[in-house]
Design a protein around this ligand. Structure first.
Ligand code: ZN
Length: 202
């Protein structure tokens, strides 16, 4: 043995006897039929966003249910839409999830949703960076991309995030990218930006 087994290693796929990485990828792609990743704000007042987006796109299943094998193990799920809940629903925080999900399952759409009266609209990038200097004595201006910190205009923030997803090397070129505004009081979902590659264009 070249490695020492750690605690809970019996729950790790790659630690199983005879593990084969490419076989596991095929199994994963069969276990979940992923179509859409939704990046939205973790504001609890906006918790229904994944369900609202699932209703908007035909054929989506959310929340779905576990797929159980004969032994009672959870081996899959019927959900087709996976939410990524982050501050402000800013796309930058979802990029690593997008690449991971593409590797494991493949998918078709990324939907970024920003919502009315989001906390991210209550401050500016400069305000947050200055506050960090005064309150924590640290300069975090190099840690985050300035355009991803706050929201001052929803059309701009959605366009920014759709462009960020589109230009990320970890996002497959065939993926459709959408930006939606969600009104948390009326439940209305409005498409603001659509970046859908024309078929055949590569
Ligand atoms: Zn928010």
């Amino acid at each position: 043995m070249s490695t020492t087994k750690g605690t809970f290693s019996e729950f790790v796929f790659s630690a199983m006897p005879g593990f084969d990485e490419s076989s596991f990828r095929k199994l994963f792609a069969q276990a979940i039929h992923l179509k859409t990743i939704v990046i939205h704000c973790f504001d609890p007042r906006a918790v229904e966003i994944p369900e609202v987006v699932a209703r908007h796109f035909p054929g989506e299943i959310y929340p779905g249910e576990n797929v159980i094998d004969e032994a009672g193990n959870r081996v899959g799920h019927t959900r087709t839409l996976f939410p990524v809940s982050v501050a402000g629903g800013r796309a930058v925080a979802g990029l690593q999830s997008i690449s991971t999900m593409e590797h494991l399952f493949g998918f078709e759409n990324v939907v970024v949703v920003h919502h009315s009266f989001c906390g991210a609209t209550s401050f500016t990038a400069d305000g947050m960076l200055d506050a960090y200097k005064h309150e924590h004595g640290v300069d975090i201006s190099g840690a985050y991309d300035r355009g991803s910190i706050s929201i001052s205009d929803f059309e701009s923030s959605l366009k920014y995030d759709v462009d960020l997803v589109r230009s990320s090397p970890g996002v497959p070129a065939h993926v459709n990218v959408y930006g939606f505004f969600y009104n948390i009081d009326t439940g209305e979902l409005t498409e603001v930006v659509r970046d859908v590659p024309s078929s055949g264009a590569e």
